[in-house]
Design a protein around this ligand. Structure first.
Ligand SMILES: CC(C)(COP(=O)(O)OP(=O)(O)OC[C@H]1O[C@@H](n2cnc3c(N)ncnc32)[C@H](O)[C@@H]1OP(=O)(O)O)[C@@H](O)C(=O)NCCC(=O)NCCS
Length: 143
């Protein structure tokens, strides 16, 4: 697997992964502005032409707001999520981010474990953030 910056050719497969990964998935159209934004930093893990994982953040002053992180269903549990997150944190550091933040569904134990293993700490709850039902845990990391 190699990591590449986001390209238009990745978007259809990313939208498929979004569908299997999230209740409110991003569509291909929602990713298009990310291709052109100077503040959006994405990395996509590919094997041949197959998208395996992707993640991104928006740089807002010295903060990096993680927008998406996902690993294709069939590839989970093999350390790819860890590798992806490490790659994102290192990119964030490179572009001057000092603090990273994200929201994660309070019921998403795998993702919360992943973030905690890199030092992210819970710092509040957004009530009914997902589908007006599940709460979001807000997490922060000093990069
Ligand atoms: C969260 C996600 C990106 C993790 O990717 P992954 O490649 O499966 O993760 P890894 O194999 O690198 O595992 C990383 C850590 O996650 C945790 N983890 C992974 N699968 C887990 C599971 N089923 N239950 C509990 N913890 C789990 C573990 O802490 C693991 O660390 P360890 O190996 O030291 O125990 C992946 O499950 C995914 O794409 N989920 C759907 C999308 C999503 O929820 N994204 C996050 C939105 S905020």
């Amino acid at each position: 697997m190699r990591f590449e910056p986001l390209k238009y050719e990745h978007l259809a497969q990313m939208a498929e992964i979004e569908q299997e990964a999230f209740d409110t998935p991003w569509t291909k159209a929602m990713f298009i502005p990310e291709l052109y934004s100077a503040e959006a930093f994405y990395t996509v893990g590919v094997r041949g032409d197959e998208v395996i994982c992707y993640g991104g953040f928006h740089k807002v002053l010295d903060e990096g707001h993680i927008t998406n992180i996902a690993v294709k269903h069939t590839e989970r549990g093999r350390g790819i999520g860890k590798f992806l997150l490490a790659t994102l944190i290192s990119k964030a550091r490179e572009v001057g981010v000092e603090h990273m933040t994200l929201e994660v569904n309070v019921n998403n134990a795998p993702a919360i474990h992943l973030y905690e293993s890199y030092g992210f700490k819970g710092a509040g709850i957004r009530k009914k953030y997902y589908n007006n039902r599940d709460d979001a845990l807000i997490m922060w990391l000093d990069v």
